[in-house]
Structure formats: structure tokens, C-alpha cells
Design a protein around this ligand. Structure first.
Ligand code: M6R
Length: 607
């Protein structure tokens, strides 16, 4: 989604803005632009395309020696196609703005402004905000912004410059992320921490409708009435290295390889004397055991992590768990109340649908718990309780290490809940916890066998369609494997409960429809074998993912990927790794942009 940056300080502004924008590339974008002060004038350069295209344009336009104050933007089109004219910044010689989010009542504002003689050039909702600022402008930026905030509805993070104030950047946000970075005699705004890490690790989180004023090399924050507010200074515990590729060809491969460490970092602080412990976030064993129902709400890969959570909690603790796609949850009038727990899961902590589902759950009286990776993100701040996953920055659009840490948190919650409900003994709870702690070493072993995944990828590259099947936990994993493959390889792929295949989908099976069967749950193994045989008998090519020690006959599969063995219930921690690697290598072999797949954004901040 769109990325915003802004800078005030002594460094060459254009270079700082371009550098910061390049760190937001992972969010997904189709055009880019900046507005900087030069000789007291606001100069704008923007273009459809990549940041490299913008750089070229800036050089041609002689803007590289811009002033020491400006704003920048990467756009992911929502209102209007990707084009030069729709790119940000928007505005005129007096006021220029960059925007992330959606102004829901922009049509109404546009009609109002048109009646007052304003003429619109772009198809964007953002241009209405730029013109509304012009309409209200009375020489006082603060008052002008306050008036605009009273009129606009929807989600926004805005960076604004006024010609009359050539040393200042103004910023405000609601439901779209924005941080305010502070360095030595310089200040920044950015949609995400990696954009400013090269310059500073210190930043403030901006709350709804607070207005940040970057001026004179420092940042001041005011509430919506213009009263200064004291904010807690945050210090990013990620360094530049964490946000760089570190010798790997792609962020995705780096992040897959970071999983053992990410799991250790997430799990260790939540184990006290060998038992799971979430008291730091306000979740005691008694409280966890007090809920009648648990709901898990999330999108994409985070939702798939919730499916693993469902299986594990229901199996071990016998508490009903419902998993919802966040965009559907809100509109199905969910029956939840004060005795229920809603767990929202999100890597970015900014996913609009998940955030809205969380707000709805709170309105309905449920307790809310967020499992989130990005510290201080909107979802983390909105939830009653937060369990931070410590995966470090996930840059690749395809989520990998975030999934592993999310499911590791679900395991710990399930062990604790099961113990609290007396479904398992303390000894068993300790044993399961210690098996979970041993998982990172096993993942290290799997990562060393990447050749088998490269081979499978080489068998898939010419396919147009693919099926994944599994039963129970393996079905949840096959959904994640299928999503990973399709989003980065662009091969059409579907995942089915293995038993469902015969109810329609098997008619698609031909020699050119490979099938990946995930079969790690040993009580269901024979049934999945039968389903694989049915596919083989119809000429399909089958790849089997199961325990290393299990032999798979030729009439079942063409190729087997073997995994080390842990308790079946913990197998998802291992199974996901080859599925990620198969997707990764298939994408590489097809020559795709692995980390930035077409049409996708890392952080989906619009509904
Ligand atoms: O930041 P979130 O975890 O809330 O993001 C949710 C999904 O958008 C995300 O998992 C998406 O499905 C990934 N591209 C999958 O790899």
C-alpha cells in the first residue's frame, strides 16, 4: 500500500526522501513522487513506475539539489489507474500533500469544491484533501488542518507542506500508519520504521488526529485542538541489517532462513520455569480458561495461522474456536459477547479489515488479544492485550517467518489453556513446551535440504494449475502452501480437504495438473494415501510431504519430501518450511519478482 515519508533537517532532502522511499518499496506501489522546497518554491516531481524512474526524472528536472525539507510518496492505486497525474504529491504551488488511505466522502467534498470553482485534474480521492486545504487556508497551517479533519471521513496518513512555511512538514493520521522519527537536528515522518532506520532509531507513534509539526530540526506533536502533547519516545529494536538482504538473493529466502531464530525470540520470553506464561500481556491461565468461545480473525497467511490455532486449541483444550476471514467477520453479524475472546492476528498490525474486525469485537463486549509483529501498530494499540511476535521486520510481501511465529504463539496458548482446563497434566504441558523449544533446531535441518524443494519447483514451473490436499492440520498447511505458491509464482493453485477431492475437483486431474499432498498427521495418513492413489491412477503427478521415516510407494507419489518427526500436533511448525521453499524456488525459476509480486501490497491498509 502507499508509503509516506517526510524530512526536515540539514541533509540533502531529495536524497533522504528517495532513500527512505526505497525502504518502503516492499509495501507494493505503482508510482512515486516527491515535493521539496527549492528557492522558496514547492517543486514536485512524480511519475508512474518505480523509484528508479522517479530518480531519473528528478535528475532531468534538476531537483536533486532540493532544499532541506520535503515529502515523498509511493502510490498503490485505489482511486484511478497508475499514471503520472494520479501519482502523489497532489496540490498546487501553495500546498502539496501525500496521502495513504481512502477518503470515503471524497465525492461529496469534490462536489462542494467544484461548486466553489475548483477544477480537478486527477481521479484520486487525495486531490479533494489538497483542494480542501486550499479552501480553508488562512495563513495558519494548524487551523487549516483542524478544519479539514472536521470534514474528511475514512482513513488517512497525510504529509503536508505549505509554501508559506518552507522549513516545515505537517502530518496527521487516522487508521493508516504514520510514525514521527527524530534524529540529531532532523525529523522525519514515515509509514514504517525501516524507512528511517538509516538515520535514526528514535520515533514517536502518532495517535488519531494528532498533528505533527516538523520544523527547525525537531518534531512537535499536538492534539486535534492544537494543544501540545507529550509522547513516549520509542526506540526501534530493529537495526539496518535486519531490514537488508544480508547476502541473500531475496528477502523471502532470508526470512525463511530466519525462522529458527524468530521462533526462539518469540517463544523464550513466554516460558517461565518450563511453563507457558503470558502474564506480561495481562493474560493469566485463569483468564484464558474463563472464555466460553474463542474467535480468531485475520487475513491471508495470518488467517491460516489461526486455522492451526483452532485445530490445536480445540484438540488440546476442548474450547470451541471459530476462525474468520476479517473482511467477512464484520458483515456476518457475529454472535460474540463478554465471555468470549477474540484473537486478531497480523504481521503488520495495520491490515484494515482486521483492525475493523477488532473494533467491532470490542464494541460487542468481547475481550481482544492481538498477536502482532510490528510494535506500536494500530492493531497492537487498539487491542486489550498484545502478544508481540519477535520476528523482526518482514519485508517480502509473501509472509513466511511471521506465520511461524504466529503459530508458535498459538501452541503456547493452547498448552496453557489445556493445562488450565485440566485436559493435560503439568508434566505434559512442560513436555509439549520443551518440544516446541526444540523445533528451531529441526527447522535448521530442513533448511539444509533445500535441494529437494528446488527439484520439486523445477517440476512445477511449466504448470498452469496445481492442487494441494491435506486432512486436519495438514489441510490448514495445504492452504498456506497453496497461497504462498500462487501469490509469487502466478500458477493457479487451490487447496482442498483431501476427502473433498472426489466431490467434484478430481475431474480436473490430468497429467498436467500436479498435486501436492501434505500427510504428516499419522492417524489420517492412510486416508490421504488413498486420495493420492486416486489421483495417480488418473495420470496426475503427486508430490508427497510426510515424515522422513515413512516410505511412500510409487503408486502413491512421484516424489517425497521427508520431514523430521515431532508430535503430530506440532508438525505444522516443520511442514510449512518446504511449502515455503517450493513456492520460493518456483517463483525464482519462473523469473518473477519474488519479493514484490505483481498487484500485491505488503500492508493492506484499505478495505
Ligand atoms: O499484515 P497482516 O499479517 O495482517 O497481513 C495479512 C495478509 O495480507 C498477508 O498475510 C498476505 O496474505 C500475505 N501476502 C501472504 O503471504
Amino acid at each position: 500500500m502507499c508509503g509516506i515519508v517526510g524530512y526536515v533537517g540539514k541533509q540533502e532532502c531529495t536524497e533522504v526522501l528517495l532513500d527512505a522511499l526505497s525502504k518502503l518499496e516492499y509495501r507494493g506501489y505503482d508510482s512515486a513522487g516527491i515535493a521539496v522546497f527549492q528557492d522558496g518554491e514547492i517543486r514536485v516531481s512524480k511519475t508512474k513506475g518505480r523509484i528508479a524512474d522517479l530518480k531519473e526524472k528528478i535528475l532531468k528536472e534538476g531537483m536533486i539539489h532540493g532544499g532541506s525539507c520535503g515529502i515523498g510518496h509511493t502510490r498503490w492505486a485505489t482511486h484511478g489507474e497508475p499514471s503520472d497525474i494520479n501519482s502523489h504529491p497532489h496540490g498546487n504551488a501553495e500546498i502539496s500533500i501525500v496521502h495513504n488511505g481512502i477518503i470515503e466522502n471524497y465525492q461529496k467534498i469534490k462536489s462542494f469544491l467544484e461548486k466553489h470553482g475548483y477544477v480537478f485534474e486527477s481521479q484520486t480521492d487525495t486531490e479533494t484533501v489538497a483542494k480542501l486545504l486550499n479552501y480553508y487556508y488562512n495563513g495558519d497551517p494548524m487551523e487549516t488542518i483542524q478544519k479539514v479533519l472536521g470534514d474528511i471521513e475514512g482513513s488517512y496518513a497525510l504529509g503536508i507542506v505549505f509554501k508559506d512555511f518552507p522549513e516545515s512538514v505537517y502530518a496527521v493520521r487516522k487508521d493508516s500508519p504514520l510514525i514521527v522519527g527524530v534524529g540529531e537536528g532532523e525529523a522525519f515522518i514515515a509509514s514504517d520504521v525501516p524507512a528511517i532506520l538509516k538515520f535514526t532509531r528514535n520515533y514517536y507513534l502518532l495517535d488519531t488526529d494528532e498533528i505533527a509539526v516538523l520544523s527547525g530540526g525537531r518534531a512537535q506533536i499536538f492534539d486535534k485542538y492544537g494543544t501540545p502533547v507529550e509522547k513516549e519516545l520509542m526506540v526501534a529494536d530493529w537495526d539496518m541489517e535486519a531490514a537488508e538482504k544480508g547476502g541473500y538473493e531475496h528477502f523471502m529466502l532470508k526470512e525463511i532462513n530466519e525462522q529458527p531464530n524468530a521462533i526462539k525470540q518469540t517463544v523464550s520470553p513466554r516460558i517461565k520455569d518450563g511453563m507457558p506464561d503470558f502474564e506480561e500481556c495481562g493474560m493469566t491461565a485463569e483468564k484464558l480458561a474463563s472464555y466460553n468461545n474463542i474467535f480468531v480473525v485475520a487475513c491471508g497467511t495470518a488467517m491460516h495461522a489461526g486455522l492451526v490455532g483452532k485445530y490445536v486449541i480445540e484438540k488440546l483444550a476442548r474450547v470451541p474456536v471459530t476462525v474468520d476471514v476479517a473482511s467477512e467477520f464484520r458483515y456476518r453479524d457475529p454472535i460474540i459477547g463478554s465471555n468470549d475472546l477474540v484473537i486478531v492476528v497480523s504481521q503488520s498490525g495495520e491490515t484494515a479489515d482486521t483492525l475493523e474486525a477488532l473494533k467491532l469485537s470490542k464494541r460487542l463486549g468481547a475481550d481482544t488479544l492481538a498477536i502482532v509483529n510490528v510494535v506500536g501498530s494500530s492493531i497492537a494499540r487498539e487491542a486489550d492485550m498484545v502478544i508481540y511476535t519477535h520476528a523482526g521486520p518482514e519485508i517480502s510481501v509473501a509472509s513466511t517467518k511471521a506465520y511461524s511465529v504466529q503459530i508458535s504463539v498459538f501452541y503456547l496458548l493452547a498448552f496453557l489453556l489445556s493445562y488450565a482446563r485440566k485436559m493435560i497434566s503439568e508434566d505434559e504441558c512442560r513436555r509439549l513446551t520443551s518440544v516446541l523449544e526444540s523445533v528451531p533446531n529441526m527447522i535448521d535441518m530442513i533448511l539444509k535440504q533445500e535441494k529437494s524443494c528446488q527439484y520439486v519447483a523445477s517440476q512445477l514451473i511449466n504448470s498452469e494449475n496445481l492442487l494441494y490436499i491435506g486432512r486436519g492440520l495438514d489441510y490448514a498447511l495445504s492452504m498456506e502452501g497453496s497461497l504462498k505458491l500462487k501469490e509469487i509464482s502466478y500458477i493457479h493453485s487451490e487447496s482442498y480437504a483431501a476427502g473433498e477431492l472426489k466431490h467434484g475437483t478430481i475431474s480436473l486431474v490430468t497429467e498436467s495438473m500436479p498435486l501436492i499432498a501434505v500427510a504428516t498427521q499419522r492417524d489420517l495418513f492412510d486416508k490421504t494415501v488413498s486420495n493420492a492413489k486416486e489421483v495417480k491412477a488418473r495420470g496426475g503427478k503427486v508430490i508427497f510431504v510426510t515424515h522422513d521415516y515413512i516410505n511412500v510407494d510409487d503408486d502413491v507419489a512421484d516424489y517425497k519430501i521427508g520431514l523430521p518427526t515431532v508430535d503430530d500436533i506440532l508438525m505444522p511448525m516443520l511442514t510449512v518450511v518446504p511449502l515455503q521453499l517450493i513456492a520460493y524456488y518456483t517463483s525464482v525459476l519462473r523469473g518473477n519478482d519474488v519479493d514484490k509480486p505483481r498487484n500485491l501490497a505488503k500492508s493492506v491498509t484499505v478495505e
